[in-house]
Design a protein around this ligand. Structure first.
Ligand code: CP3
Length: 337
């Protein structure tokens, strides 16, 4: 695979920036809501035919340079002994959350065979799109997963996991380690099954203090990301002022949220490729606004090793027309020789 996205992830100069959107698979697309009205979330991600249809919805509308598989960061919970479902309007619910420091090690199942629907999905996608676009696999980061299993679901400021870290630091560490091992295996499996690029989403990890982040999170990120057989992207929301910690993970590409100044990040990171970072809310602006703001991200990032994306996932109510403008702005951009 040698498409623009993979080349940018390797740090090459590209004639225009490759483009995709976090959370592009569904949600903001009307046809997605129709599909979901007939299937639960778990059923949709675990049935390869349905997941394939949903993954391809943005392909049919925009032909982005990468297709992120329709799946979830929570899929890895099941082989580790946690049951979950997603409740609409509430978010993920973990049915058997961690009860205390002695409840970390549960009976496990093999990660690969538990995630065989993901492998099946990647195979189908390759057959459908060939090498016309990159297939993007992903997994959740240990801190974000730990936050869900300790709180039992969504939590305010991640207070339960931060308290768990204080009261049971060794159990906290071993929970992160357990997730790291499973997440690495999941990413390796996705690469074997055809993912061209993989992204680690440890969305919530920035709620820790810098020293806790360095002590607990950074090492597990390194463990997950070092020496994978495909380019990797790391994304943590809210890392403005701390992007040096993302660079240390060994990820090939550093994801930037919209609060990070692109030009300043480039100066700081040198040749390390970056992804991002248009504010997702900007897609609620008019066409001229979307085009101008998108161009300004592209120009601030420069022609080498930049993957154009939003600074976080696309919002549910985002107009399809705005997403099209965003993608088209990248596709019609040309760097001078
Ligand atoms: O384009 C895509 O959406 C790709 C697949 C994808 C999903 N979730 C599908 C999904 C990806 C990359 C994720 C990542 C994810 N999931 C993260 C990290 C990245 C981020 O953006 O923060 C987190 C923290 C989760 C956990 C999760 N799963 C939440 C918080 C929710 C509910 C929130 C919501 O928007 O409804 C889910 C469910 C979920 N995962 C949905 C989708 C499309 C919504 C289900 C639905 O309503 O149909």
């Amino acid at each position: 695979m040698n498409n623009l996205l993979v080349r940018a992830a390797r740090g090459e100069r590209t004639e225009r920036p490759p483009v995709w959107l976090m959370r592009q698979a569904g949600r903001h697309i009307p046809e997605y809501r129709e599909i979901r009205s007939n299937h639960s979330f778990r059923e949709a991600i675990e049935t390869p035919e349905i997941a394939e249809r949903i993954t391809l919805l943005p392909w049919k509308l925009y032909e982005p340079d990468g297709l992120v598989i329709y799946s979830d960061i929570l899929t890895v919970l099941e082989p580790l002994g946690f049951e979950y479902h997603v409740e609409s309007g509430v978010g993920p619910v973990v049915e058997n959350p961690v009860q205390g420091p002695d409840d970390i090690e549960r009976e496990r199942q093999d990660v690969r065979s538990s995630l065989d629907f993901v492998g099946d999905l990647l195979g189908r996608l390759r057959t459908s799109v060939g090498n016309r676009t990159a297939l993007i696999g992903f997994a959740g980061g240990p801190f974000t997963l730990a936050s869900y299993v300790v709180a039992g679901g969504v939590s305010h400021r991640h207070d339960p996991i931060r308290r768990f870290r204080v009261e049971h630091p060794e159990a906290f560490r071993s929970l992160l380690e357990t997730f790291a091992t499973a997440v690495r295996e999941s990413l390796e499996y996705q690469i074997e099954e055809g993912a061209d690029v993989v992204q680690l989403f440890d969305t919530y990890a920035s709620v820790l203090s810098r020293s806790d982040y360095e002590e607990f999170v950074q090492p597990v990120h390194e463990e997950i990301l070092s020496d994978l057989d495909a380019p990797s992207i790391v994304f943590v929301r809210g890392m403005d002022g701390k992007i040096d910690l993302l660079e240390k993970t060994g990820a090939d590409v550093i994801g930037l949220d919209w609060t990070v100044d692109m030009a300043a990040a480039r100066r700081q990171l040198g040749e390390t490729p970056v992804q991002g970072n248009l504010d997702p809310q900007f897609l609620f602006g008019d066409e001229e606004f979307v085009r101008r703001q998108t161009r300004s991200v592209i120009e601030a990032a420069g022609p080498e090793g930049h993957i154009l994306n939003l600074g976080h996932g696309v919002h549910r109510e985002t107009p399809v027309e705005s997403v099209r403008t965003f993608v088209e702005t990248a596709k019609s951009f040309e760097w001078d020789e």
